[in-house]
Design a protein around this ligand. Sequence first.
Ligand code: SAH
Ligand code: SF4
Ligand code: F3S
Length: 442
Amino acid sequence: MDAMKNKFWFIQTYGCQMNESDSERYAGQLEALGYHKTEDMELADVILLNTCCVRETAEGKILGKIGELKHLKERNPALLIAVTGCMAQEWQDRLFDRAPHVDLVIGTHNIHQLITLIEERQKASDHYLAADMDIPAFHDLPAKRFQKFFAWVPIMNGCNKFCTYCIVPYVRGREVSRPVADIVKEIRQIAAEGYKEITLLGQNVNSYGMDLKDGTDFSYLLQAVDAIDGIERVRYMTSHPKDMTFAMIDAIAASKKVVNHMHLPIQCGSDELLKKMNRGYTTDHYLELAAYARKRIPDLVLTTDIIVGFPGETEAMFQDTLHLLKRVQYDMAYTFIYSPRTGTPAAKMPDQIPQEEKSHRLQRLMDVQNVFSLEHNQSMEHQVYDVIVEGPTKNDENNWFGRTTGNKMIIWENDGTAAVGDTVPVAVDKGQTWVLKGHLVH
Ligand code: SAH
Ligand code: SF4
Ligand code: F3S
């Protein structure tokens, strides 16, 4: 290969923030190898798809994308195609059977092997698979961060909860917490580099530290992180109602930087179904947590995840979910149609709900939730919020946006006075279901 020629990487990320964060660590390795970023897949020397398999829709989309890459490989046999992440972990070498043009399949614990695998692949003509979960989940890797003022900080990997519908524990392995000292070191560096906001990432942040067996827990971590100078906002994702404690809510309330947004997935409003889902809490317990959080954290923005059409969900159970939405009145709910995942207990449960009924329930659920989303956003009208400027919106260069501490997106007409990364006061003029419109306060 021409030594003078620039080499490019292209990464597409699917799934959750954990994958976003992993992608940054893949990018860091590619940069170390001398590759540069390209937005144009056609120009890339390495294409990496960092995948998700949480629902069938995600998997279908990714398989389609992998298929599309075939013609690029035919045109340029030197092109290196890597499929990484949760779907790679699930499919292993079956992916080579399905798509022989894929060069590398890399699982969730093998991120650090990218450089070696690329080198091996360039020497030989074989495919390579690295998807062994019996190795440490965290490796000291440089991240090439995709954003300038917002940084992901993984605090743990894996999940021990085994909700009966969910594939994550099978593809991410058991819970492993990163030591507090490593996390604090990374955040200090992030702060020194000028980042303003961090998000602590884990499938279940509230069980952080349990495996360390030294008394460390999420409250302790929050206190340690809160004390780091330079960071303005600390977010955390995702909370689990079984492991979230009142003491953790107190720690959030007592902190200076931990934001007033809590994402607390309930999944459904029926105790019977929660049991079948193996969620480990009742709706009563959930409501107590939510009420306590609202009492202790001023202006709390509460969001959730809901699954409709879990096997055996009757109309009455679905009504319980609608009722719960009306009681809690979330700021926003991420709503999903139950998707059977091979290997999970729920996929084999009786009384699977027909697709049409699932879609109909999803629509009814969204109709109920949208009213509350709109009401919450309208209640913010004529008030001023501090927003960290993220830049122009996708559709219109003149409209800029940023987020409040509660993670609400506000859009305003850019007058050139606010720069990306500034924290500025924005007055809300109009609350809509998904977004707020406002103007900069001068
Ligand atoms: N660990 C987090 C989120 C994991 S995945 C948590 O426990 O909340 C994000 C969301 O995807 C879940 O909260 C759930 O609502 C949804 N989800 C997971 N598996 C699913 C499945 N098989 N079908 C539909 N939705 C699913
Ligand atoms: Fe999946 Fe449940 Fe773990 Fe969340 S807590 S990742 S839904 S098994
Ligand atoms: Fe998907 Fe894996 Fe995240 S399955 S939701 S990318 S942990």
